[in-house]
Design a protein around this ligand. Structure first.
Ligand code: CA
Length: 222
């Protein structure tokens, strides 16, 4: 999953970036409103953490601009001032959730995950498909028979994206977008390597190759 973090507090942003990485997200970080606005328009994102008090252009203006242009990316707003008026303004502008500073990282991650699940039409308490679920906190995949499989951070990123898009063909470049931050060197060939590792761990039949198109997560019992 690819997340834009728009936060001008460098200390907070650095910490969040590391926490988001650990939780299996690729993170793009911008520290002002104008860059946030442009980044949200030019990049395929799965979610945005948007501070309201940004230099250049406020988070609220950024959000209003995106929504006017039909950008439906899930947005969690952060605000230093915990006033109901600001919360209402943010939600009315099209935010999907709201968190007041100071907050615990655990709460932020839980809200973000819930947001991503809902935006992919998953109503359940955890990310999953075809009986395969993800325990993000322990970085484990849970197979239909209850068996648990330990995942690396990269495997977690990849499997989360598959589980939120079951039965959909995902191209190598789409998958690479979910693995790497914008400043990382990309190599979509490594996707093959990671898919093979996931297959080794989960068992054959979960991830199907569609030659020339990409991969899809399927129900192995079908
Ligand atoms: Ca700020």
């Amino acid at each position: 999953m690819r997340i834009l973090l728009a936060e001008d507090d460098v200390w907070l942003a650095e910490g969040l970036r590391q926490d988001l990485h650990k939780a299996g997200y690729a993170v793009d970080w911008v520290a002002d409103g104008n860059r946030a606005l442009a980044w949200g328009e030019g990049t395929e994102l799965d979610g945005v953490i948007l501070d309201l008090g940004l230099p250049g252009r406020s988070g609220l203006e950024v959000l209003q601009h995106w929504r006017r242009r039909g950008n439906r990316v899930p947005v969690l707003i952060l605000s230093a001032r915990h006033t109901w008026a600001e919360k209402v303004a943010g939600l009315k502008a099209g935010a999907d959730d709201y968190l007041a500073k100071p907050f615990s990282v655990e709460e932020l991650l839980a809200r973000l995950e819930a947001l991503l699940r809902r935006s992919h039409g998953q109503a359940g308490p955890e990310i999953g498909a075809f009986g395969l679920t993800l325990d993000v906190a322990s970085a484990q995949a849970v197979l239909p028979d209850g068996q648990r499989v330990q995942l690396t951070a990269t495997e977690l990123r990849l499997l989360r994206y598959f589980l939120l898009n079951p039965g959909r063909v995902l191209s190598k470049s789409q998958l690479a977008d979910r693995l790497y931050d914008w400043d990382a060197e990309r190599d979509s060939n490594v996707i093959e390597v990671y898919v093979r590792r996931l297959r080794d761990k989960l068992g054959a039949g979960w991830i199907e190759t569609r030659r020339g198109l990409g991969y899809l997560l399927r129900d192995p019992s079908q």
